[in-house]
Design a binder for this molecule. Sequence first.
Ligand code: FAD
Ligand code: AMP
Length: 478
Amino acid sequence: MSQKFDVIVIGAGPGGYVAAIKAAQLGMKTACIEKFEDKDGNMALGGTCLNVGCIPSKALLDSAWKYHEAKEDFAVHGIGVENVTMDVPAMIARKANIVKNLTGGIAGLFKANGVTSIAGHGKLLANKQVEVTAADGTITVYDAENVIIAAGSQPIDIPPAPVDQDVIVDSTGALEFQAVPKRLGVIGAGVIGLELGSVWGRLGAEVTVIEAQDKFLPAMDEQVAKEALKIFAKQGLDIRLGARLTGSNVAKGEVTVSFTDAKGEQQMTFDKLIVAVGRRPVTTNVLAADSGVTIDERGFIYVDDICATSVPGVYAIGDVVRGPMLAHKASEEGVMVVERIAGKKNQVNYDLIPGVIYTHPEIASVGKTEQQLKSDGVAVNVGVFPFAASGRAMAANDTAGFVKVIADATTDRVLGVHVIGPSAAELVQQGAIAMEFGSSAEDLALMVFSHPTLSETLHEAALAVSGQAIHIANRKKR
Ligand code: FAD
Ligand code: AMP
């Protein structure tokens, strides 16, 4: 007879590993199946996020930022640094070490919580059975009361630029360059393209971003997107909007791409090309034909508000289902599903999932944008406060951008917080906390904020909603 678990999780990314730990904490007999192997052939937990996503990209962004600061910004503070050098292989090795520590940490957490870790490729069969194919081809079938599919996503490849992980790379390859490319092309001005372009741009690459859409960051608040485009252009990022890649040719270690834009057919040559045109859910070969779980035309598993599939006892979370492809969204769905299985009430608030782009300045947002609210016919009051008027930002010589608070014109309830500037991610999180508690702009305005902090910009933007900001001239009068 096959071994039976209360919960089997397929995939150990931030969705799957968090779900597995939570299930074990709630007393369920839990197994988590993971197929990802590190360079040494050992199973690596943590998924895209820990191995080739959030964490390694931020490790490199931070290294690159320190280099940039030493080279460009220290002088303003009266600090002279001669002969600033960089050692790209050392940066990559530092990143690899962080990844190793974190993935090892998950293995430790599995052990501490009693999660059974199973290495291999998992596939959901009928009747909540899960088949696992190990690296040596051995097949084992397990039974489960509940199955959670958390197989994540992978980069989309496009025919005009086939990835060879040498000259043309995806996001994974772009985290492994051993030297700074002189000319770097990036296809796609989305979150990943901008972050990876920033890493290598800060280290000295000439970066050109080719983006098919005419509008920059169309999902972001328009005012923020406009400011971002202005700042990136000033930083020397060459962003070509309305430019669709049509082909590429690799020869002699460089790549010549063809694209069409308003000026017609264009060509550019790069030393490396990063293809960052989005990610697709991993649902091929995860569901047997008779599993009963259904997917849409783009490969996403159909789920309801609580991540239940059409098969009772089978759930799907994270990048394999609708919604933003974000690690924190995946984790919260994992917790929600497991708590529901345990009979608890829990519902992810899909209206309040913050999103961040870790460029410099950072861009972050939570809630609705001004254009969304306008198209929904909601009357709003808006407060904006620039970092240029913040003492703390000035002290840090980091004054680009602003904080924007949007509140309902009738109830004053905060409906959106959008930030471009230093520590945007942290400031937006404060907005998210306030919004989760149903805060009005006035509630935020009445709070005491430490001085001098970047957080004061959120305070002032909340005050500006009703024309009461102190440290700028209010556009709106009380
Ligand atoms: P994944 O993390 O993709 O994990 C799925 C796991 O399932 C993988 O380990 C995979 O090997 C395994 N798997 C798949 N199929 C099977 C199978 N059949 N059997 C066994 N195992 C299987 N998000 C953020 O929130 N913040 C960021 O800053 C951020 N930065 C990013 C930067 C980059 C470069 C990239 C690529 C992504 C970034 N993301 C970021 C997105 C984030 O990584 C994903 O949204 C998140 O990892 C999704 O979690 P998940 O658990 O759904 O899937
Ligand atoms: P994201 O989905 O946020 O990762 O962003 C991916 C970006 O890539 C989107 O803005 C797409 O418009 C863009 N994109 C997709 N295909 C192409 C293409 N062939 N040429 C240029 N940009 C593209």
